[in-house]
Design a protein around this ligand. Structure first.
Ligand code: HEM
Length: 447
C-alpha cells in the first residue's frame, strides 16, 4: 500500500513549450506507473500538491493521471494569466457531476447547460453595491441579535462547547437568511446546517428535499430574499420551460448602541483585516480547476516571455495550499501565522507586493473571482469586531483561559477551507460581556 512518503516522482523533461526562449515542461511521473498519483491523491487529498511539489521550483509541471494529464501551476504570474484566459474553462467541472447529482434528464441538462453563462453573469451582478449592502445588513442583523442576547438576565454568559461549530452554525444560519429570506428551510430546521457538509447521500437528499419545497412554493420570490436568489429566480422560468411540475446610537431601553459600519473596516481595522487575510492564506486550500478547451499558450512577463503550450482536453490545477506558502514569495516564515503580514508597508519592494497580490487567491481570481468575497469578508469581520471589542472569550480547557489554535486537518480536493482537527471537539469557550460593554447593543450598517 502506498503512503504519503511514496509521492516520489521521476522528473522527466518533455518538449511541450513553444516560442523563444525554449523551455521544457517538467513531467512528474509517479513511481507506480499509471496509478501512483491517483493513489496518493486519494490518500493525501489537498496535501497531495504540497508533498509533490516540495522543494521543486518549476513555474508549471505536468503530472500524468491515468489517461489524462494535469498541468499544475505555481508561478503567481502564470496563475493570473490562466485565471484570465477564456480558453481555460471552469464550466465542464460545474456541469460534469450536476446531472447525476440533481437527477436531471438529458433534455433538462441541455437546458441548464445553455443557461450557465447567464447564471454566472447574474450572480456576479447580484453581489455588488446596493445588493451587497442589503445582504450585509441582513447577515449582520442576525449576528447582532445573537450576540446582543449575551449578558442579558436570562443569558449572563454563553458557554460554547465547540467554538468552531458555534461560529459555523451562527454564520451559516445568518447567511442562509440573507440569501433565502426569513422563510428559508434552515430557519425551520437548523439541523440542515449539518447537511451542508454532506457526509452521506441521505444528508444530501434531505437538503435537496428541503430546498425543493422552498423553490416549489416560490419562497425565493419573497421581499427579503437576496438579489442573488432573485436573479436566479428570474432566469428560472427559462430553465423551467421544459421541466415537469414535480421537479419543479442611542438605543432603546437606556442601552448604549455600538454601530459598526462594515464598509469601512478595511480602513478602520487594518490589523483585524490583516489577521483575516493571514488566516485565509494559511487555511485556504482551494485547488482551482480549469479544463483546456482549446490549445492555449500561457505566458507571463515575469518569465522572460516564455510561452507554455497547454493542450486541449487537459486539466489545469492551481493549488492555493502551495502558492500561499511559497518561501520565495512569503519569505522564510511562510508557514507561520504573522498577524501583521498584510499591513501596508510591511514588505520590501513594489515588485514584491505585486507578486504577493498575484500569489494570494483564497477567492480565486480573473474571470471567476468569487462574487461572494466582500459578503464573506463583511460577515466574518463584523462578528470578529464585536467579539474582540465587546466580549471576553475565555477557553474552558486546561490552562489560563486561552483558546488554543487547533491543528488544521487535510480536506478533500473539492473543499476550499481546512477544518480543525476532530471537527473542533474540545474548543470550549465561555463568552461574557467585557467590562464597560455590558449595556451595549450591537448594530451593523453597510453603506
Ligand atoms: C470564505 C468564504 C468563501 C470562499 C473561501 C470562496 C472561495 C471561492 C473561490 C476560490 C472561487 C473561485 C472558483 C474558481 O475559480 O473555480 C469562488 C467562486 C464562487 N463563489 Fe465563493 N467563496 C466564499 C464565499 C462565497 C459566498 C458567500 C458566495 C455567495 C453568496 C460565493 C459564491 C461564489 C460563486 C457563485 C462562485 C463562482 C463564480 C464564477 O464561476 O464566476 N462564494 N469562491
Amino acid at each position: 500500500m502506498a503512503s504519503l512518503t511514496d509521492i516520489s516522482t521521476l522528473d522527466v523533461l518533455v518538449n511541450e513549450v513553444l516560442s523563444s526562449p525554449t523551455k521544457y515542461l517538467t513531467v512528474l511521473a509517479p513511481m507506480i506507473p499509471g496509478v501512483g498519483h491517483i493513489i496518493n491523491l486519494l490518500i493525501s487529498k489537498v496535501d497531495f500538491y504540497p508533498y509533490l511539489l516540495k522543494d521543486k521550483k518549476h513555474p508549471i509541471v505536468t503530472i500524468p493521471l491515468a489517461d489524462n494529464k494535469i498541468y499544475v501551476l505555481t508561478s503567481p504570474r502564470l496563475i493570473q494569466a490562466a485565471m484570465r484566459s477564456k480558453s481555460l474553462s471552469s464550466e465542464p467541472f460545474l456541469l460534469e457531476h450536476s446531472q447525476d447529482l440533481l437527477g436531471m434528464t438529458d433534455d433538462e441538462f441541455a437546458l441548464v447547460q445553455k443557461s450557465v453563462p447567464d447564471l454566472i453573469r447574474a450572480v456576479h451582478g447580484s453581489m455588488v453595491s446596493e445588493h451587497l449592502h442589503a445582504m450585509n445588513a441582513t447577515v449582520l442583523k442576525y449576528i447582532a441579535d445573537e450576540i446582543n442576547a449575551i449578558g442579558s438576565f436570562s443569558l449572563p454568559s454563553l458557554d460554547v462547547n465547540n467554538t468552531w461549530i458555534w461560529i459555523r452554525n451562527l454564520t451559516t444560519m445568518a447567511t442562509t437568511k440573507a440569501m433565502f429570506g426569513h422563510r428559508n428551510p434552515f430557519h425551520f430546521n437548523p439541523l440542515l446546517v449539518d447537511d451542508l457538509c454532506p457526509r452521506s447521500v441521505t444528508a444530501r437528499a434531505r437538503l435537496q428535499a428541503a430546498l425543493q419545497k422552498y423553490y416549489a412554493a416560490r419562497l425565493d420570490d419573497g421581499p427579503d430574499v437576496s438579489q442573488i436568489m432573485r436573479a436566479r429566480a428570474e432566469l428560472l422560468p427559462l430553465i423551467e420551460e421544459s421541466l415537469t411540475p414535480a421537479s419543479a446610537s442611542e438605543g432603546s431601553n437606556g442601552m448604549r448602541q455600538a454601530t459598526v459600519n462594515v464598509s469601512v473596516l478595511e480602513d478602520r481595522a487594518p490589523f483585524l483585516v490583516s489577521c483575516l487575510r493571514e488566516t485565509n492564506r494559511l487555511y485556504n486550500h482551494a485547488v482551482i480547476v480549469r479544463r483546456v478547451i482549446a490549445d492555449t499558450q500561457l505566458s507571463s512577463s515575469s518569465d522572460c516571455g516564455t510561452a507554455y503550450l497547454l493542450k486541449k482536453g487537459a486539466d489545469v490545477h492551481t493549488p492555493a495550499g502551495v502558492v500561499h506558502r511559497l518561501p520565495e514569495v512569503w519569505g522564510p516564515a511562510a508557514d507561520e501565522f504573522q498577524a501583521d503580514r498584510f499591513l501596508g508597508g510591511a514588505t520590501g519592494t513594489e515588485a514584491d507586493d505585486r507578486t504577493r497580490k498575484a500569489a494570494i487567491m483564497p477567492f480565486g481570481g480573473g474571470l471567476h473571482l468569487c462574487p461572494g468575497r466582500d459578503f464573506a469578508f463583511a460577515e466574518s469581520l463584523g462578528l470578529m469586531v464585536a467579539l474582540v471589542v465587546g466580549y471576553d472569550v475565555r477557553g474552558l480547557g486546561d490552562g489560563p483561559g486561552l483558546v488554543p489554535v487547533p491543528r488544521a486537518v487535510t480536506v478533500g480536493l473539492g473543499h476550499k477551507i481546512a477544518k480543525p482537527v476532530g471537527v473542533g471537539v474540545g474548543l470550549r469557550v465561555s463568552i461574557t460581556r467585557r467590562k464597560g460593554w455590558e449595556d451595549v447593543k450591537w448594530r451593523y450598517i453597510s453603506l
